[in-house]
Design a protein around this ligand. Structure first.
Ligand SMILES: [Zn+2]
Length: 497
């Protein structure tokens, strides 16, 4: 990858309680901090394949929790999972003109099978509208076949020049939903239903507040009629597009001949949508919550919500360890994801620092003195408070505390966003804000692509999205465009990943 990480100082990793030497402070270099956390917390690693990362077990466990939480929501709203080919014949990809134009610079091609040149090149899917649309044209014949509500969990490839683990890699994991509907209204309803699911998921599971709204014409998905997004603010004040939902109108239905006989017996084109989120969300979690000590995981997506560290003194294996195991069993029975770190290779102090760096929401310390007092020590990762807690009713106390941590991480992130969001009315103010402390800027915009492009080239800020207005209109003119002074609607801007 472009930003390679070498061990700082290159020496043996040393850690004493509460302080790990290997993580660059956020204030010194946020980007470096991010890469240090990814590597030290063992979330992902570089590979011999340029731009492609290996997701390590701890990182993959977070992805599995994300998958489960989303999959539940998709299924509860009537969606089913299926799988489509990785390869897309060139001719199919070429069918939707805007789609091709948008994606062609990033497509990887297979030209040979074994020793033989292929008659037709095969694209490695950058997204699956083309292949899925082709199948839908076979499957959908009548209005009775609609709606089709399918989701796919898969990998995709987009050839990237500059990459960063989780945020932008050549190959990444995602889900892509592809639906077909009888009417324009139903397709729009579906597009908004998914956006609402994404927002609820991001805020409830990832404790990551997001702004939902519509993308401008220049930022919409290649081939879509309308694109909507959720946008989060990272710890360095830059925005992250965390999910998108597209109303594709009849554009893809026309290109791929998805036609059905309507209730009036007339042949008509279906209305389709597509929507996706990716492993990029893990990058979002890291940059929303992390601090100079490393990762902070919201309990709902933490592979280990509680890490038990027995204090290894005296004959701890006969006294402390059995009690620690009982506690582990109790917590598991209460539905808590627990790790008992009973390895003899490391000291308790090393383990404290290690699990703090790896973002475990709660650490549970137990030693001989605690057993005498019939208590344990709980340490919160988010506030670093240490809470002596009675063994009696411990599981309930832990469950309550995890919920409290989840909420407090959300509150903290929301407060940060509010403190880093400014409303401006003049272009001078806009530029000043962009040069100073980064964050979201809310400004009026007239809807012109020229104004948007000039703002971007002069300030590096992109239009993230346009908040929802009452009714079905995108722009509601409430003030002068910050760039040209014509009537404009409010929009959110930021420098973005
Ligand atoms: Zn303007």
């Amino acid at each position: 990858m472009a930003e390679q990480v070498a061990g700082k100082g290159g020496g043996k990793e040393t850690a004493k309680e509460g302080q790990l030497t290997e993580i660059t402070p956020q204030s010194e270099d946020f980007s470096r901090w991010y890469l240090d956390v990814v590597r030290r917390a063992e979330l992902a690693d570089y590979t011999p394949v340029k731009g492609c990362m290996a997701i390590r077990p701890y990182g993959y466990a977070i992805w599995e929790l994300i998958q489960q939480a989303l999959d539940r929501r998709f299924k509860a709203t009537g969606h089913v999972n299926a799988y489509f080919p990785l390869f897309i014949p060139e001719k199919l990809l070429m069918r939707e003109a805007e789609h091709v134009e948008g994606f062609s610079p990033q497509v990887a091609w297979v030209t040979k099978g074994g020793d033989e040149e292929l008659e037709e090149r095969l694209a490695i899917r950058p997204t699956s509208e083309a292949i899925i649309g082709t199948l839908y044209s076979k499957w959908i014949k009548s209005w009775r076949d609609l709606p089709v509500l399918i989701n796919q969990w898969a990998n995709v490839v987009r050839w990237e020049k500059v990459t960063r683990p989780f945020l932008r890699t050549t190959e990444f994991l995602w889900q892509e939903g592809h639906t077909a509907h009888e009417t324009e209204g139903e397709a729009q309803e579906e597009t908004m239903r998914i956006l609402a699911i994404y927002k609820d998921f991001a805020e409830t599971e990832l404790a990551m507040p997001v702004v939902d709204g519509q993308k401008s014409e220049s930022e919409k998905f290649a081939g879509a009629s309308r694109t909507y997004s959720i946008e989060a603010l990272m710890g360095d004040g830059r925005a992250l597009q965390a999910g998108t939902s597209h109303n594709l109108g009849q554009n893809f239905a026309k290109a791929f001949e998805i036609q059905f006989q309507g209730r009036d017996k007339a042949l008509q084109f279906a209305w389709t949508t597509s929507w996706g989120v990716s492993t990029r969300l893990i990058g979002g979690v890291i940059m929303t919550h992390g601090d100079d000590r490393g990762l902070i995981l919201p309990p709902r997506v933490a592979p280990f919500q509680v890490v038990i560290v027995p204090i290894s003194r005296g004959n701890w294996q006969e006294t402390v360890l059995p009690r620690a195991r009982e506690i582990q069993d109790d917590l598991v029975r209460a539905g808590v994801r627990v790790k008992l770190d009973d390895s003899e290779a490391n000291t308790p102090g090393w383990k404290f620092a290690e699990w703090e760096m790896r973002g475990a929401p709660l650490r549970l310390e137990i030693g001989p003195k605690d057993i005498e007092k019939s208590q344990v020590l709980l340490a919160r990762r988010d506030t670093r408070e240490k809470l002596p807690t009675a063994m009696e009713g411990l599981a309930d106390a832990v469950v309550r505390l995890l919920a409290e941590i989840q909420q407090s991480l959300y509150d903290r992130a929301l407060k940060f966003r509010e403190e880093h969001t400014q409303r401006v009315s003049t272009y001078d103010e806009f530029k000043q804000v962009m040069e100073g402390r980064p964050g979201f800027v809310i400004a009026h915009w007239c809807g012109s692509a020229d104004c948007e492009a000039q703002i971007k080239s002069e300030t590096q800020a992109t239009l993230r999205n346009i908040p929802f207005n009452k009714g079905d209109v995108t722009l509601v003119f409430t003030g002068p465009c910050v760039k040209c002074g014509k009537e404009g609607s409010e929009a959110w801007f930021a420098k973005a990943y």
